[in-house]
Ligand binder design. Structure first.
Ligand code: UD1
Length: 367
């Protein structure tokens, strides 16, 4: 069984790592990693492959940056050529980035089966490019591997057959537990942030990169004001995404001196910081889930979330994007009793194992 495992952008890499590791346990499976090249900087890509113990990709498509249409089209053209040459039986796509959409559409038109990991999540906000990517991918996928019950409900609402929906847990959390265990025995010497972490005591950890938050001056200024106010009470550690850096320079934004800025951090160093933070401030999808899995309060700087389970479990608070609402959410997050936090069902580190069990059972039946 020849399987292509697709990854393109930073949040994909931690999701494919446990799927790849589990694939190696099955001699019947020939699993090849296809990197579309959507993210290409060392810090956004290669550093993750090293940290996550992934081998070099079998195929690299060099898509690079561009408008959504340009980037998606470049991936589609090169991926189609690759599929025609290599003829995989199945492709596995993860998450909701442009590479997810591009590769699933190409494969399906070539009559190759598509498995979508993290299917069914919905923000119901069509101004988010990721929402369009999720909906299109789910419209044509053969296997839906879901992380939370809301996703199952969304897929059924959209008319998908129950037989194709599999609640397997969360591969992102498989990877998280694997890496937390590694950090418990060995903290790499090269971490540039070790000193500052040791010096600060309590701190917040921040990530911010959504176009809706950083691409307009007024929106980004409003969020910056909230962050500067929070930084008066609690220092903030902030690895800055390339998009965010570009916009900060363009808008000439000034951050408090109590906000410590870094280049994008690879997976392990980022985890090393946020796992001990008093609170995480973020607009990322993945961090909402990862903080929930290990019980760290999270303030989500967005108007909506496609991951409502994180709110239900008590760890995540949807803060909106206005200064006052962010400050209110921050105060609530730091005062919530950690003992009341819960962990979602099946977020137990075994999602990838369940995925392969299902894929192999069906494939063997077809043969
Ligand atoms: C993409 C995903 C988003 C994900 C995010 C994580 C889509 C639609 N968006 O958004 O869901 O949360 O990745 O990072 O797929 N750039 C670099 N180096 C790189 C990559 C990008 O400098 O390695 C710069 C480019 O100038 C580019 C900008 O960052 O214009 C944004 O990159 P892009 O891949 O378009 O989108 P992201 O904002 O990273």
């Amino acid at each position: 069984m020849k399987v292509f495992l697709i990854a393109g952008a930073r949040p994909n890499f931690m999701k494919i790592a446990p799927i790849y590791r589990q694939a190696l346990k099955h001699s019947y499976v020939q699993c090849k990693i296809v990197h579309t090249g959507q993210h290409y900087d060392y810090e956004m890509s290669e550093a993750f492959f090293e940290d996550l113990e992934l081998p070099k990709p079998d195929f690299f498509l060099s898509a690079g940056s561009g408008s959504h249409a340009v980037q998606t089209a470049k991936i589609m053209v090169t991926f189609e050529e690759l599929c025609q040459k290599e003829k995989p039986d199945l492709i596995i796509v993860v998450g909701d980035v442009n590479s997810t959409l591009a590769c699933s559409v190409v494969a399906k038109k070539l009559l190759i089966e598509v498995a979508h990991v993290e299917a069914g999540l919905r923000s119901f906000d069509l101004t988010m490019p990721e929402e369009i990517n999720r909906m299109v991918t789910d419209a044509i996928s053969d296997y839906f591997f879901v992380t939370e019950e809301s996703a199952t409900a969304n897929l059924i609402q959209e008319g998908k057959s129950k037989a194709r929906i599999h609640f397997v847990g969360n591969v992102m959390i498989d990877n998280l537990f694997y890496q937390v265990d590694k950090l418990a025995v060995d903290i790499p010497e090269h971490f540039q942030t070790s000193k500052i972490k040791g010096k600060l005591g309590d701190y917040a950890f921040l990530t911010l990169h959504r176009p809706s938050n950083v691409d307009t001056r007024s929106g980004f200024c409003e969020i910056t004001e909230a962050l500067n106010t929070i930084a008066d009470k609690l220092p903030i550690l902030f690895p800055v995404h390339p998009r965010t850096k570009k916009m900060m320079d363009e808008f000439d934004l000034h951050l408090s001196k109590n906000i410590f800025i870094f280049s994008p951090l690879a997976f392990k160093e980022s985890l090393f910081l946020w796992k001990d933070a008093k609170v995480v401030l973020t607009d990322s999808g993945g961090l909402q889930e990862e903080t929930t899995a290990i019980g760290i309060p999270c303030v989500t700087i967005r108007e909506n979330t496609e991951r409502p389970i994180t709110i239900k479990m008590g760890t995540n608070i949807l803060a909106g994007t206005k200064k006052e609402s962010i400050l209110r959410a921050f105060e609530e997050a730091v005062s919530r009793p950690v003992s009341q936090f819960k962990v979602p069902p099946k977020w137990d580190g075994k999602a990838a194992e369940r995925i392969w069990k299902i894929l192999l059972k069906k494939q063997v039946r077809q043969d």
